[in-house]
Design a protein around this ligand. Sequence first.
Ligand code: ADP
Length: 767
Amino acid sequence: MTKLPPSNIHSNRILLVEDNPGDARLVELYLGESDLSSYLIVNCTSLQESCDLLQKEEFAIVLLDLSLPDSRGFITLERLLSQAPDANVIVMTGLSDQELGLKAVQVGAQDFIVKGDFKEEELVKSVRYAIERKKSLRRLAETQRIAGIGSWEYDSSSNTFSGSAQLHRILNTQSIPKEDLQKDIKDSTSPFFLFNEIHEAAIRNRFVEKDIHHKTTDGREIFMYVKCTAETTGDNTFIFSGIVQDITERKQAEQERLKAKERYQTIFNNSKEAIYVCSLNGELIDFNPATARLFGFDKEELLQEEDIHAFFGDDEARNRMLGQLRFHKSVREFELFVNQRNGNVRNVVVNASLVETGDQIAYNAVIRDITESKQTEELRKARDLARQSAQMKEQFIASISHEMRTPLNAILGMSNLALKTELNPEQFNYLSSIKQSSEILLGVINDILEIANAQEDKIDFEYKDFNLIQLLHSMMNVMEYKMKEKDIKLELEIADDVPKYVKGDELRLNQILYNLVGNAIKFTDDGLVKLSVKVLNKPEGHSQIQFVVSDTGIGIPPDKHDAIFETFTRIRQKDRLYEGTGLGLSIVKSLVEQQGGKIFVKSIVGEGSTFFFDIIFEEGQAPLPELEEEVPGEVLTDRLPDDKCRILIVEDNRLNQLVARKTLEKQWENVEITIAENGKVALNHLEKSPFNIILMDIQMPVMDGYETTRYIREKMPPHIANLSILAMTAHAHISKDEKFKEYGMDDFVLKPFEPKQLFRKILQYIK
Ligand code: ADP
């Protein structure tokens, strides 16, 4: 179907399809004399020719003779209309047949005139009316197209359905074959079957108006607004007329809007932040559940509140916020307090903007509760501060202990030396006390250093085979000696399945047991101190071993069972004072826990205490015998190899220099000691004279021990570079970090040194 632009309604051409020249001439004459003279009459003589012309051009009217050379009778009209459905046709026939005329109009012709029987006015009137009618039909169709409204009519008596062009456009039925379009609309395959239901509803109510959803022939889902009336023509037959408007876009937009609204509603309802709209007087217009929660109400209760601003912080802050809102139309990140109904105070941040709602000015606000994050921030600050001060404490402890160990070294060394001189019994006692007290003081300093490390999780544990049974027995032997003056029995009970050899840190286990058994003896005057050892579990290749130290001593009050494991906790005992720093158990706890174990106490005041702890050890084997193992009470009789044995001592502290010199000279007659007060002086000595071994302090002015050793090893001739160098250090952790090895030292001796250990190391390394 050719779609012609609206301007073609105004075509001024008339197509006259007439093979009889006389008839044609008559029509031309009549029309030429009428006010239709401005129309150009195009005459053609066959149906085919007329169809071809209609395909190409627009004619205001077609005057069609039904008897043409290539077509005769009523079919001529049908053929022409099937080729040019839009054509505006007036049928001309030789017969005066009213039935035929009616039929022609029903099929789509505008009018019917009988040739040779019409008058000029009659022809002109018919042509003019047909032109005008067509024009207004065109206008109507155009209007429908612009409005997107289509129309239909259905006559139930003849079962004829006719739809406007716009209806076909909406339903996409333009290109459907004619026979399908003409199907009974009650047939479910009819493209207009959808109207069936509407017609039935219209019969019931005379009038129907509704939105319907429909799937078009090309598969599109559309929405239509439909209005339909039913008029009865008697005999239970009806004529239905209706309009259809395509409202798909509107519907989709509406659905989108609904979806968006739902989305925002979900956000609004589920938001943790309070969101509300409120007048500047504090009257709530809309709010989400979080708002009610923030103020501490339920929804209905909050609706009763007249002024929610009354819950905001202090008057000054509230007025400032509302003032800013008025003048700047918004507030950003405004911090203030909300006083909840239950009296709690929340720290909040408000973001709000002014909005005009109808006749009143309101604002919308989003309120974030920052109480918790504020608290976390404060906690973080406090934690940082605590860390900082812990670090400072650690540094302080480390340096103070170092400072204390150096003079203590001298005191211990000097006492050792003095005790070897001739003394009367009184002097011997005084000196022994000095030595003993110095040893206790050294223990305290070591504990302080140890706790600083334990708290920082800085302890490195050894992982070596050792004889557990032997360790337990020698621990008991040492303890026997501790309780000489007391009336206590000491017992050791080892379960049969406790493995002899295990892998782990022997020294640390010793330290733990020493502390626990030591405490048990310290806090028990009579009765029994017992160490029991058993296996709790045997996970593959391992043993979870439990150690239980029980005593019948003074006991620990129940509220102190946790506190005693903290640093510097000592329980005050009214009638007596026990020596101690309150550090032992907290070191023990760290040592146990850092090896994956647990420690706890059960105790009844006046009856005794029992400490339990467990550690998982891997099963071990007999350790390789250590060559240097210390034999208690051993007397060193080894002599130094050479006639003259030259030892270079590099040490800045004068007292320590003296202790070292005297200790060595007393042990060996053939020793020759040279003292250098720092590394630089030592290098001078080394260049000038031969030596057999070097004892090197680490911390020294001018050039320290590490630097000096490196210089000797890297820059000096081989006979000097290959000398043994023993580090002398007050630093208890030197053995752990093995730094001395990195710098090229062979071994180390700890200050204050155990003379025997010093002699043994010298004998081992001297060249
Ligand atoms: P201290 O060096 O003072 O002994 P500890 O940390 O070893 O420090 O012990 C802390 C405190 O726990 C002790 O001062 C003591 O009051 C209590 N305590 C520890 N062991 C026992 C025990 N076996 N019996 C009674 N009290 C104990």
